[in-house]
Design a protein. Structure first.
Length: 336
């Protein structure tokens, strides 16, 4: 499931990250505004990580208990994607523990740059949550991408309990299996990317990786307007989408694209759309009170079908999110 691209090569243009979320079922996503000053815990039974948020953020909360996507006021953007090969190892209680439900939010709360997040990753141990998929348990098959206002990027994969981190502006594309290192090798066989094979068009993760990487090289470096810059990135990420009706019930990484985001790390603007709706909405973080003590705010596009464009004024105060404990099981059912 999922594709992520980073456009960081525009001349005097914003740094923009876009991602597709591919899954076989709706995940109850709502946008939350979290102010700074929130005290949090990593939600592990032993030695949970503890922190207080330094930065406000807009976060996409799935299943009402986990953050899969977001952007903070410093311009750090992050995305969680499916990776079947991810294995998080045995628990070492001597290392502060962090539930996957808060993995991305921890970085959005405490880090301004990719480099800071990569360093912070060295001092924590991420523990899985389990999502039930078609009656089968998917135990934490996730990897993470990060990007910041400078255009820096990182891909973080945990294999056999050891973080594998690829950091650098050149890491602009990410999908699913195989692991990122192998994806980079496969990429070199295609025309325009080092090889001679034509760009593939299937829904397989390695083909979406190649297609997104190739079309990303075609984005003009000097769009005439800001709107054109955003539209150019949208044209690439939509090209990597999977259509409705293409779900493989036994392979979650072959699933329809159900929502899409764009994070502008330069202007701190965050776009969101459900793919079964024609509406694209956005928020500017500067329009919210992110100071310590400010309330958590929430917007649900599914409950506002006519909303379009800037929806900052439609957010309402909400209760704190009840994040999933490590080793917990998500059995979410969308309310009717």
């Amino acid at each position: 499931m999922c594709t992520r691209i980073l456009w960081n090569t525009g001349e005097e243009q914003p740094v923009i990250t876009a991602r597709n979320m591919d899954w076989t079922e709706w995940t109850g996503d709502k946008l939350h505004i979290f102010p700074k000053g929130i005290e949090r815990t990593g939600l592990t039974d032993e030695n949970p990580l503890k922190w207080t948020s330094k930065y406000g953020s807009v976060s996409n909360v799935s299943w009402e208990c986990a953050v899969f996507d977001g952007l903070n006021e410093a311009g750090l953007a992050g995305n969680l994607l499916f990776l079947a090969e991810a294995t998080f190892g045995e628990r070492d209680p001597s290392v502060p523990g962090l539930s996957q439900s808060l993995w991305l939010q921890y970085f959005l709360d405490t880090c301004a740059t990719v480099a800071e997040a990569v360093e912070a990753m060295k001092g924590i141990q991420v523990r899985t949550i389990t999502a039930m998929h078609k009656g089968m348990a998917a135990k934490g098959p996730l990897h993470m991408s990060l990007s910041d206002a400078s255009g820096d990027s990182a891909i973080i994969e945990v294999i056999d309990g050891v973080p594998q981190i690829h950091q650098g502006r050149e890491y602009t594309t990410m999908t699913n299996s195989p692991v990122f290192e192998k994806q980079l090798v496969l990429l070199q066989q295609y025309e325009g990317l080092g090889g001679r094979l034509p760009i593939p068009g299937t829904m397989e993760a390695e083909d979406r990786f190649a297609r997104a990487a190739f079309y990303l090289t075609k984005v003009p470096s000097k769009p005439e307007t800001y709107q054109e810059a955003v539209a150019n990135v949208l044209s690439v990420i939509r090209n990597a989408a999977t259509p409705f009706g293409a779900n493989d019930p036994t392979r979650p990484n072959i699933s329809a694209t159900i929502w899409r985001t764009i994070a502008d790390s330069t202007n701190k603007r965050y776009y969101f759309e459900f793919t079964n709706m024609p509406n694209v909405i956005w928020v500017d973080l500067k329009d919210f009170d992110l100071s310590e003590g400010a309330p958590t705010m929430m917007f649900n596009l599914k409950g506002n079908f006519d909303a379009s464009g800037d929806v900052s004024g439609l957010f309402k105060e909400s209760e704190p999110v009840n994040f999933m404990k490590a080793e917990g099981v998500v059995e979410w059912v969308e309310p009717k």
